[in-house]
Design a protein around this ligand. Sequence first.
Ligand SMILES: [Zn+2]
Length: 372
Amino acid sequence: MAVQRSQYADVNAVVGGYLRDLAFSQSSQPKTFGYKRAAAAILALDAPLTDLVGPDGALPRISGIGPGSTRVINEILDTGGSPTVELAIEQSGRRQDIERRRGLRQHFLSRAEVRRVLSDPAFAGPTLGQYRGDLQMHSEWSDGYPTLQEIADACLQRGYHYAAVTDHSYGLKIAGGMSMDEAGRQRRAVSDVNVRLGNRFRLLQGIEANIDATGQLDLDEDEAATFDLVLAAPHSRLRKTDDQTDRLLAAIAHPAVRILAHPRGRITGSRAGVVASWDAVFASAAQRGVAVEIDGDPARQDLDHTLAARALGAGCVFALDSDAHTTAQLSYAETAVAHARLAGIPADRIVNCWPLERLLAWLSNPSAETRP
Ligand SMILES: [Zn+2]
């Protein structure tokens, strides 16, 4: 007996969650890695598992899925739960930690669900065709892999008109943050790419500045002014439960900041991220014309569609970005677009859907895009 599709909004997310529970129930590291890999494989499938089951009720072979995982998947498809996983949790003595992790999987979409949302015309938000360029990604100049030319070529292939490479600033040593000296050399490399591509494509030099504990950035104003685009993002104090509204308000108030990137800093099944009065944060961002980001990294999905809907109500503009560290990960922008569709954000409120001229005008004067 197969599960009805309607029983789960996102069956692959449910299965991925159980496989992660199973991973954290293991005492051997290789088994933990194996089930984590299986969870990742399910979450990355293009189609829901319910569509992959053959007429005989059997699953096809799925790369990365072994017999242990297949058994769990079949249990979930048959009954909606997994006695195997529940028993493993019970025997692991780690129920408390696993329950905590379960609580940190809210509003994460599997790849199959992203594709469903993108293709369902019932949603009012942006289409992939309206998306003109990605404004957060990392290159070999910090903790990413691709060269600038590889990024530009991959973005052109995706039909983009522009993109911003946004390597980490020097304050984030752990992510290979760029010194201002390196940033100067990267600026010349960005110009070379733009000369080569002519008017087919525009690569912007952005920077992902780090928001410190008090809300200050790791760039002074003169340094910030050398970049086309400044993102500000929290990378610390992401497991604290004290209110950090003032920290985010201070970052938004920095005159160079245009995008508040991955505003919470949450990671699926791991940490909840910053605690803040989000309506106050969104009101301040809206007032200054600072875009709030929907980061499409599958592990982040930050803001998710529920918070994004509140930001829309507050009058915010949005940036929908991949946060890619490889060219293949540029597809993560689609996850961000799916959340924007679920939140019903009109394309006109999304900076990535604007023509280059309007984007550049907003970068030089964000207050032009605030609403009276
Ligand atoms: Zn970041």
